[in-house]
Design a binder for this molecule. Sequence first.
Ligand code: RNT
Ligand code: ZN
Length: 419
Amino acid sequence: MTIRDRYLAAKELYAAIGVDTDAAIAKLKEIPVSLHCWQGDDVIGFDHDGPLTGGIQTTGNYPGKARTPEELMADMEQAIRLMPGKKKLNVHACYAIFEEGEHVDRDKIEPKHFAKWVEFAKARNMGIDFNPTFFSHPKVKDGLTLTSPDEETRKFWVEHGKACIRISEYFAKETGVPCVMNIWIGDGYKDIPADRLGPRMRYKKSLEAILSEPFDRNLVKPCVESKVFGIGVEAYTAGSAEFTLTFAATHEGCLPLMDNGHYHPTEVVSDKIPALLCYFPEIALHITRGIRWDSDHVVLFDDETKEMAKEIVRCGGLDRVYMALDYFDASINRIAAWAVGFRSWQKALLSAMCTPNDTLKKLQDENRLTELMILQEELKTYPIGDVWAEYCEQCGVPGGMDWFSEIEKYEKEVLVKRG
Ligand code: RNT
Ligand code: ZN
């Protein structure tokens, strides 16, 4: 049977339960998902030589890490060829590209340092999202940035945040697509602190100072991302869930960003999405996979990933939820890691769009909960793989496992040749 034959058979099965698979495929092609540049080089960037800090870590030593902007862009290009669907580019401030011999500190970065990223994005019809980098830098004092008791340190990082707002606006103007600018800091303490309020009050003031930079709210969408704990900062994190959520709720134009690797293990972001959509016109997500204490494993097509996609789709949230991937794995081929994660989220969205959400909701509202359970179980074995294969075909990317041969070829011809 060809991909097409399989699809036509699947289409009929879905049609019988009121799902239009053609419409789902057409819609998915238009939904942007932000692709993070930092999977390609283990979250290092180009503006410093030091290690990754801030309570996050990449582990593994797979050959072929990108070392220059050219290598990173070439790798990303290769990864994109293996991903169906619409992409947006997600860049961190530490990926500034300086001229030969030039260097400016993070409080002084300018749009011109990101002109090559704009070129990359425009050539591929992508918008750009942005992130100030509050880690991996000598001015992170005693593990602190925006919460530091040292005024000069705080000021440096506030200036960095403001510079990033200006760069975000530049991205939006250049690409014609609003730029989501996410603020995440790793500030916290390894062991029991004596003052939990002080750092949070300083964080609040610093955020307000950053957001006092004038910007067009339609062009720049600032977010604050929460976290439960980081590696080496297990006892206390200033930017906790309550802190960031309340900050966003009380500061017009600021969005909450939930990273699903940043909660206690039995909490699920799928349930938090509809809760936040009751109040916020727009929210943002980092899509990742937490395993035990790590929050950044490659996204897979697993139950919670599917559940998050379902919530976005059935809450009518596709144009209210900014979706960005956030994971980093240095133990496997980095381009494959990129592709597996992106493809998994695409699969989750497709599967959510091929779910008879109105029928299920009706069963719930009519309290027909036995039928609801049976139908939800039945849906799990519907032929979504056949719809997925057709979607990949229509997007001109390899389906099935075919793409692995491209990875192998690129690894042999490019990656292993890097020192
Ligand atoms: C860290 C946060 C943050 C980073 C990126 C690199 O725990 O998830 O979003 O992963 O900014
Ligand atoms: Zn994140």
